[in-house]
Design a binder for this molecule. Structure first.
Ligand SMILES: C[S@@+](CC[C@H](N)C(=O)[O-])C[C@H]1O[C@@H](n2cnc3c(N)ncnc32)[C@H](O)[C@@H]1O
Length: 169
């Protein structure tokens, strides 16, 4: 059997969030109102009240309330962070936690840290779950907090890794 190369690396979009990260997200946000990049509405990996899948195209939908975003990684990544920027600025997104990576040299990083006030750098690589063999993911993960209660994020994520303050925030 030939395994698609995308499933053997971080280029796969089907790398789902492991439970211990979701537990920390819920500890911080209380409830996840929306997962805008969901694997499946009927059997979602993220226990959000609402989900947008690729079929809905989360990029063109409103993002209301408390958001957890683990976006499809790849060349179009910055569109997800620009969208979050727009939704937060418009006041629809009240809080958000984003799971991405530590890519400090990219413009996507700059877009994301323009609205985030805290970043958690996990002490261990994240072992994603999903339909492919994702055990070999090779990127350094980072979790970003957008909102007005950074102390809640700090409390919820401190066991995952050190939480850094974004300069000026
Ligand atoms: C990295 S996975 C995260 C899945 C889930 N949210 C989680 O955290 O476990 C990204 C998901 O986004 C979906 N996706 C891709 N393009 C999308 C789009 N335009 N709108 C909504 N979802 C999309 C993919 O099918 C994939 O399941």
């Amino acid at each position: 059997m030939t395994i698609p190369p995308a499933l053997l690396s971080h280029e796969s979009t089907e790398h789902y969030t492991p439970q211990y990260i979701l537990d920390a997200v819920i500890a911080c946000l209380g409830i996840i109102d929306l997962d805008p990049a969901s694997n499946n509405r009927e059997i979602p990996n993220v226990p959000a009240a609402r989900h947008y899948t690729a079929q809905d195209n989360g990029l063109v939908q409103p993002w209301d309330g408390r958001i957890f975003l683990n976006p499809p990684f790849g060349p179009g990544i910055e569109r997800w962070f620009s969208k979050l920027y727009q939704e937060r600025t418009a006041g629809r997104t009240t809080e958000a936690i984003v799971l991405w990576k530590s890519a400090t040299e990219t413009s996507a990083w700059k877009t994301l840290t323009a609205i985030s006030c805290r970043v958690c750098f996990p002490s261990a690589r994240i072992r994603f779950v999903g339909p492919g063999d994702l055990s070999g993911s090779t990127f350094s993960p980072a979790l970003f907090y957008v909102g007005d209660a950074p102390e809640r994020f700090m409390t919820a994520f401190t066991t995952i890794g050190p939480v850094w303050r974004v300069p000026g925030k």
